[in-house]
Ligand binder design. Structure first.
Ligand code: FHN
Length: 492
């Protein structure tokens, strides 16, 4: 053998057999994540909401996506940029804003019936129009024919219904002369942007001062490079707001780290209290959630948040669709927020009213599968989603089995000599027990190679025939394998 081949082979033999991945070096950040998950009572309450209501309401509700006989296919709340209305016409719409049908108590009652435990309201969207009488601009509700403080009416009405209120606030403000999307290029622009920053800070302090019942701030439009570059200032502002309003909840859309990362910082850690990346898009599984708290805000039509007169432009979700999404969100440890876009007079459209009612009729019976729950011990199964609260496991069934037998796969015990069995099972709608096929006697359940067991629960005809998703709540028990048959006979 040639000497260089011998050298090469012996070098190969001295190499470690498994490749070592070097530990990722932590980047020192001043303005990244400020710690792990919050454990305080306010955040715990947030985690248990399950379902929320979003309301997008502003002067864009007057055109409702249409102007001079033309219809915008874009989002109605972006109508100022639709090209169908001049900026001047849009910026004068507020002079006609007079929602005489607005009844905050009626909205709050409807949200309560739907099962919303929190509500997020657009105090100011990208157009800069303020639904509260801000003293820092004239572009507010106080200068409309309506005059009354809409934010106050809503905070009071929803709080009275025990629905927590969160204030949506857009960083983008097309009405403020200092607002810029790109970082200032010269001193004049810098000075203008400083004024905009001071204005933004003042408005946020004003909101928390005027509406002390507010539980959190829901930021939007924070993707501009100009805002991202202000990471240190924004971080300080966040700390200031938290100090003045203990327990305040802020999601990941408020600020970036000093490297320009949004939502998660350069070390991959969540910025602020919960992840806001799942807009109109649910995560596929727990892995995607990464152990973080999160919410998903969802529109009823495809991408319309504000009032659009024409809902024929896209698929409109049904209560069934939205209930399924809400249960899925909770099975993955998130909250689900359903958006409403009232019209220019202050009415919630009939389609939304009917949808809210449909969801509410379901949550009134089956809400235990959502509120205060988290992902369950069970793995994801084809019939739907499972959630858990303490020892109760809720099986929410969206794909009904054709043969009236719901096959439920139970988890494998960590102890090889023990197995899980179903101790109790009942339907939430009828409160009747769910029977195990064959009473779970030998031959009527089976175990796979991994040791997981499967049971068939009998779906009675009257439940099978409804066109609604249904819920079975089960309690599991771990027993010695050798006792399984005797145990299953005992619970009949
Ligand atoms: O541009 C907005 C949009 O109009 C709407 O307000 C949504 C709600 O989350 N946020 C922005 C898009 O992400």
């Amino acid at each position: 053998m040639k000497p260089f081949i011998i050298l090469f082979l012996s070098a190969l033999m001295t190499l470690p057999t498994t490749a070592q991945t070097p530990a990722k070096e932590r980047i020192t950040l001043q303005h990244g994540s400020h710690g792990g998950k919050r454990t305080d009572a306010e955040m715990q309450r947030w985690r248990e909401y399950g379902i929320g209501q979003f309301i997008h309401w502003g002067v864009y509700a007057i055109p409702g996506g249409q102007w001079n006989g033309k219809t915008s296919t874009g989002a109605a709340e972006w109508f100022r940029s639709s090209g169908l209305i001049s900026k001047e016409e849009y910026d004068n719409l507020y002079k006609q804003f007079n929602p005489t049908d607005f009844d905050a108590k009626k909205w709050a009652k409807q949200a309560k019936q739907m099962g919303a435990r929190y509500m997020i309201f657009t105090t100011k969207h990208h157009d800069g129009f303020c639904m509260w009488p801000s003293k820092y601009t004239d572009y507010t509700i106080a200068h409309t024919p309506y005059k009354k403080d809409i934010v106050k009416e809503l905070v009071d009405a929803y709080t009275a219904e025990e629905i927590d209120v969160y204030l949506y606030f857009s960083i983008i403000d097309w009405n403020h002369p200092g607002y810029q999307s790109a970082p200032a290029g010269n001193d004049k622009d810098k000075a203008r942007y400083e004024k905009f920053k001071a204005f933004t800070r003042n408005q946020l302090i004003e909101l928390l001062t005027n509406y002390p019942a507010t539980k959190g701030l829901w930021f939007d439009g924070s993707w501009d490079k100009a805002w991202i570059e202000e990471s240190a200032w924004v971080d300080d502002l966040g700390e200031e707001l938290r100090a003045m309003h203990p327990g305040l909840i802020i999601g990941s859309r408020f600020r970036a780290d000093e490297k320009g990362n949004r939502h998660v910082d350069a070390n991959g850690e969540l910025i602020d209290d919960y992840d806001q990346r799942f807009e109109r898009n649910l995560p596929a599984d727990l892995k995607e959630v990464g152990g973080n708290d999160w919410d998903c805000a969802m529109t009823i039509p495809e991408n319309q948040w504000g009032y659009h007169r024409d809902w024929s432009l896209s698929y409109v979700k049904t209560p069934y669709d939205l209930i399924e999404m809400a249960v899925k969100a909770n099975s993955l440890d998130g909250n689900f927020v359903i958006n409403f876009g009232p019209d220019g007079k202050g009415n919630i459209r009939k389609e939304e009213t009917d949808i809210a009612k449909g969801i509410g009729d379901w949550t009134a019976v089956n809400g235990a599968a959502i509120y205060g729950t988290h992902h369950s011990l069970l793995e994801k199964q084809d019939w739907g989603y499972s959630t858990q609260k303490d020892s109760a496991i809720y099986l929410s069934v969206f794909n009904k089995p054709m043969n009236n037998l719901l096959r439920v796969k139970l988890p494998k015990s960590k102890n090889p000599n023990r197995i899980y069995v179903i101790e109790k099972a009942r339907f939430l709608s009828t409160k009747e027990p769910a029977q195990i096929n064959g009473n779970g006697k030998a031959g009527t359940y089976y175990r796979d190679k991994t040791g997981a067991s499967y049971y068939d629960l009998i779906i009675p005809e009257k439940i099978q025939q409804t066109n609604q998703p249904f819920v079975i709540v089960i309690q599991l028990k771990e027993i010695d394998k050798k006792d399984q048959d005797a145990y299953q006979q005992a619970i009949t």
